[in-house]
Structures are given as C-alpha cells and as structure tokens.
Write a protein that binds this ligand. Structure first.
Ligand code: 2M8
Length: 411
C-alpha cells in the first residue's frame, strides 16, 4: 500500500470539503459547519497548513452565543438538502446556528494545533483562549450535575442514535411534531441512519427547547430528556486538562479550571456501572444507568483516568471484530452493524480511545487500534463509518474527520 498516495488523497478530501474558512463534514449530506467535526478538521489541517487550521477554529467560534455556548451547527450560508435548517431552530442571530452544543473537544484540538507550530500559533491561541474558557464555563454552569456532563438532545452527544438514549427518549411526546422532510435518507441508505421514530423525537426536542426560548433553566425544568453522557464527561474532562495546560503555559489563572477538573473527576466515579463493570451513561430523570457498553465507555484513558477495569471488555471486543471498537458492544442485543451509532466503527472514536491508551502506557493495545484503523481506511476509503464485521464502507464518503485522523494519527 502506497501511503504517500493516501496522504495526498486525505489532503484532497479536506480541501474538497473546504468552504474557505470552514469545512463541511462531507458534501451533500452535511452542508454546514459542525462543531466537533471542525475541531478534527483543524487538527488535520495543522499537518500541512497551520493558518487554515486556526481559521477553522476561529470561524467555529463566530457562532458562539453570548452565554458562551458554542452551537453544534453554524449555518454560515443557506444551503438546501439538510434538515433541520435554520428556520426550524428559529434562532435570531447571525451567523444562524442551532440551539444545542456538541462534544467540547475544541480546546484539545486547539492545543494540538498550537503544538504543531507554536511560533505561528501563539497569537491565535491567545485570542481563542478566552472564548474556550467561556464555553467551558457554560458547560459547568448549565450542564454539569454531580460532576457529570448532561445532554439535552441526542445530537449533542455526537452519537445521535446510540442506544444510551433509548429509555430517556420514550417519554418524548411526538404528537405535535407535524410533517417534515428529512434529507439525510436522500443521501444515505435509510438502513444506515436513525429511524423515523428517532427523528420525530429529535424534532420534538428542538420544538420543546424553542418554545422554552432556549433558556437552559427552563429546558432543564420542562424536558423529559436529560442524560449524563459518559462520553461527554470524558471528552470534557480531557478538554479541561488541555485548557489547564494552555493556561499554565500562557501564565493565565489556573484555579477555576482546576476546580472543574476536580468536579469532573468526581463525576467519572458516578458513571461507573458496578453491576456491569463498565462506564455508562445515566438517565437523569430516573437516576438509572443506561446499561450500554459503547465506544464512549472506553474514553476514560483519553480523559486521563488510569482505570484498567474495562480492559477485559476491550480485549474481548478487539478479538470479536477486526477494525477497532464498534459504537456498540457486538454482544448487545441492539447491535446493528450498519446503523450509524448502534454498531458501526467510527475512525474518530478509535483515534480518541487509541490516544488515551498510548498516553497511559497501553502501547501495544494503542498500536493495534491504530493499525486496524489504518488498514480500514487504506482498504475502504475515507468513509463516515464502517461495518465492524467486514470493514465495508457506510454513511457519507470523502469525509472530513476520517481524512483528518488519517493525517494526524492513523497513517
Ligand atoms: C451526525 O449528526 C448530525 C446531526 O448533528 C446528523 O446526523 O444530521 C453525527 O455523526 C455527529 O456526530 C456529526 O458531528 C455530524 C456531522 O458529521 O453528523
């Protein structure tokens, strides 16, 4: 396999999805700027174009609300063929945005971009730092309960139709949703996407939050859906550690961030599902664990938590499938090998888990994960996700984050 050729292709994917100052995740299916996709894109660009990498992050933060929240989609330019667009969110600001957030990995990726070229990046990091802090403050104020990060919509987790949300979604009333046309199934086989019932619930939750005028306290009071997502807690804890590192390097105050890290580490303990022996998400409306072993459960090492109690699950899964960690335990009755976040392997999740394993001394496992991901992309292409059984491509093609992790980690 000629890796130079694949490197060139990866750069072409990023350049092909580049809309000037931001990238789209892939043409057609996702025509806007997505939050954590852009953080990965910036990391990818940092390999060959630091200027463009910083532009990606800075453009994302143009969508930041006065509250500090950084939305999951920024609608810079009207585009057709995506649902729900700005009219459904109904948020009166420019650029238009969605009303929810997404995995807060931007501080982590900003640190990586900075470290790739400190000389160039210094002034950009100084400018972005305050915005990152205010986003993290927003999470701490509105979403962290018992040290765990809560989501108010499945889209916020980035793992849209993960089984973790099933029980909490049962109580979402869809009777007033009305007619709508979802566009994702115009681009991708419906068997690889969330179901119609899932979408009705997603839309109902947007309508509920819109009726609450996007007021966080009101949403917390009225919504049936509030889940503490172990993936979010791990990613946010990691991002806080990276922010702390930047604060120390730039001689900024560190006390507030140290406090956040302390709280989140307590939260990690609350995510431990002793009965099942793994990290898990918690339905905050009932206090019950979701009883789901997902790829997000394995982000503890990435968060700097050196807890090896899950290694047995990790070994078992790596032996059962060939291409890394599927989004759901293949032993789970809900495992569905091609349905989006209910089974497929995602290169980005392999990456985050692999980074964490390498950083905590599990170098053999980390290397195996990296090599498996490398083979997957080299043989099947830059797809959105893959079948964990045969590596078959799934979802959108020419995908930004898959190209980004190829350049930064997998190759
Ligand atoms: C997927 O989510 C969007 C909604 O945000 C969708 O399906 O329309 C998820 O995989 C999410 O994690 C990702 O950021 C987004 C764009 O790649 O697509």
């Amino acid at each position: 396999m000629n890796y130079d050729k694949i490197d060139k292709k990866a750069r072409k994917v990023l350049q092909g999805n580049d809309r000037g100052l931001y990238t789209v995740p892939t043409k057609g299916l996702y025509p806007y700027q997505w939050n954590w996709d852009s953080a990965f894109a910036a990391w990818g660009f940092s390999v060959f174009d630091p200027k463009r990498a910083w532009a990606e992050l800075e453009t994302l933060f143009q969508g930041q609300w006065d509250t500090g929240m950084v939305p999951h989609i920024v609608f810079h330019k009207q585009s057709f063929g995506y649902f729900p667009g700005p009219d459904v969110w109904g948020i009166d600001r420019v650029p238009h945005t969605s009303g929810i957030s997404q995995p807060p990995i931007a501080a982590t990726m900003a640190r990586a971009v900075y470290e790739a070229d400190k000389h160039y990046g210094r002034v950009h990091m100084e400018l972005l730092y305050g915005r990152l802090v205010s986003w993290h403050r927003w999470w701490m104020k509105n979403r962290v309960e018992n040290g765990m990060v809560c989501i108010t919509h499945p889209w916020e987790s980035g793992r849209d139709n993960a089984p973790d949300w099933d029980a909490a979604l049962i109580n979402v009333d869809t009777s007033e949703v009305g007619e709508y046309h979802r566009s994702d199934t115009d681009h991708v086989d419906p068997s690889m996407r969330p179901s119609k019932l899932d979408y009705d619930r997603y839309v109902a939750l947007v309508q509920l939050a819109r009726a609450a005028k996007w007021d966080e306290a009101e949403i917390a009071r009225t919504s049936p859906f509030r889940v503490a997502d172990c993936g979010m807690t791990f990613m946010f804890l990691r991002a806080c550690r990276d922010l702390l590192h930047i604060a120390a390097e730039f001689d900024m105050g560190t006390e507030e961030i140290e406090g956040w890290i302390y709280d989140l580490k307590q939260g990690v303990k609350a995510h431990w599902n002793e009965a099942r022996g793994h990290y898990d998400s918690v339905n905050m409306r009932t206090g019950a664990f979701t009883n789901t072993l997902s790829s997000a459960s394995f982000l503890n090492w990435y968060a700097g938590i050196r807890d090896d109690r899950q290694l047995k699950h990790l070994h078992r899964i790596l032996d059962e499938v060939q291409f890394g960690i599927p989004s759901l335990d293949p032993k789970d009755a809900k495992f569905d090998k091609l349905r989006y976040w209910r089974g497929p392997v995602w290169g980005i999740m392999n990456t985050l888990i692999g980074l964490g394993l390498a950083e905590t001394g599990h170098t053999v496992l980390a290397e195996r994960l990296r090599k498996d991901t490398q083979k997957l992309i080299a043989e099947h292409g830059f797809y959105e996700y893959f079948c964990p059984i045969d590596g078959g491509s799934a979802g959108g093609g020419a995908f930004t984050w898959t190209a980004a992790i190829w350049l930064t980690w997998a190759s």
